[in-house]
Design a protein around this ligand. Structure first.
Ligand SMILES: [Mg+2]
Length: 276
């Protein structure tokens, strides 16, 4: 055969899927990080904030397992307990993690500035709002309630505990697509502050926007970020941009307040027949 014909989607964006901590609420993605630190302290093996943040975005049990697999943490575990950490240790720490996380979520549930405006601008274009998270359903009950009180209520929320596997698998994105009844995949955009969250969107065949400043990559509450000297802010911002870009994000911006120009650009690319 000499010629083949290719089908192209040239329509508009139909859905934007937003992450939770570090994307729409909890500037700096603090809530999970502080509890991971607490749980490992309780196990007799204190960890750094950086170690606590390394696997951010994953299902919380998987996250604990991945921390325990870090070379530095394994070495300290071995030194303290005389053996490497095993499944039972991960199970025990996860059991301790859940109530501690539930107890402090509301301390960190303030919406990230720009969230309400971005959601309103997206909805004004007829775009549906989905969401994915590494939090469990019980944790999302609290976050959803706190978000609603502040005026944010996505059309769909899917937790890592609702699907066969969390990030970086695409299942939470795919479940959102079903809940929202939108297709094709190239009409959807995933917005996230972590590398596994960007990868989740890419694995689902969606456009992706990485958020460099408001989430896990910088890892500071808004007030601490604003208090940094400009030179240090710039250094941390550049490092975060580079990591998210290397992670495959189609766009990287500081926070959710800057997503609308990306949406305009994606729609222009779709109109030219481009795919993610
Ligand atoms: Mg996040």
């Amino acid at each position: 055969m000499t010629f083949t014909y290719k089908r192209e989607y040239r329509g508009r964006i139909r859905a934007v899927l937003l992450d939770w901590a570090g994307t729409t609420m909890d500037f700096g993605c603090m809530a999970p990080a502080v509890v991971f630190v607490k749980v490992f302290e309780g196990a007799g093996v204190p960890i750094t904030m950086e170690e606590a943040r390394a696997p951010m975005g994953a299902h919380k049990r998987v996250h604990i397992q991945k921390i325990s697999e870090l070379d530095s943490v394994r070495a300290r575990w071995q030194a303290t307990h005389g053996r490497a950490p095993v499944e039972g240790d991960v199970d025990r720490m996860f059991a301790e993690f859940v109530p501690l996380q539930l107890a402090c979520l509301s301390e960190y549930s303030a919406l990230i500035p720009g969230t309400l405006d971005a959601v309103a601008a997206l909805r004004a274009r007829g775009i549906k709002i989905g969401s994915t998270t590494g939090y469990l359903g019980s944790m999302m009950e609290i976050n959803l309630r706190d978000a609603k009180r502040q005026g944010y209520e996505p059309d769909s929320t899917v937790c890592a505990s609702d699907v066969p596997a969390g990030r970086p698998s695409p299942y939470m994105c795919l479940q959102n697509v079903i809940n929202l009844q939108v297709w094709p995949m190239q009409a959807c955009v995933k917005v996230d502050d972590t590398l596994p969250g960007v990868e989740e969107g890419l694995n689902a065949g969606m456009w992706t926007i990485g958020l460099a400043v408001s989430g896990n990559e910088v890892g500071l509450p808004l007030s601490q970020w604003q208090a940094l000297p400009e030179a240090e802010r710039q250094g941390r911002r550049e490092r975060a941009y580079a990591r998210l870009q290397m992670g495959g994000a189609h766009y990287v911006v500081d926070t959710i307040a800057e997503v609308m120009p990306c949406i305009d650009d994606i729609e222009a690319r779709l109109a030219r027949g481009e795919t993610p």
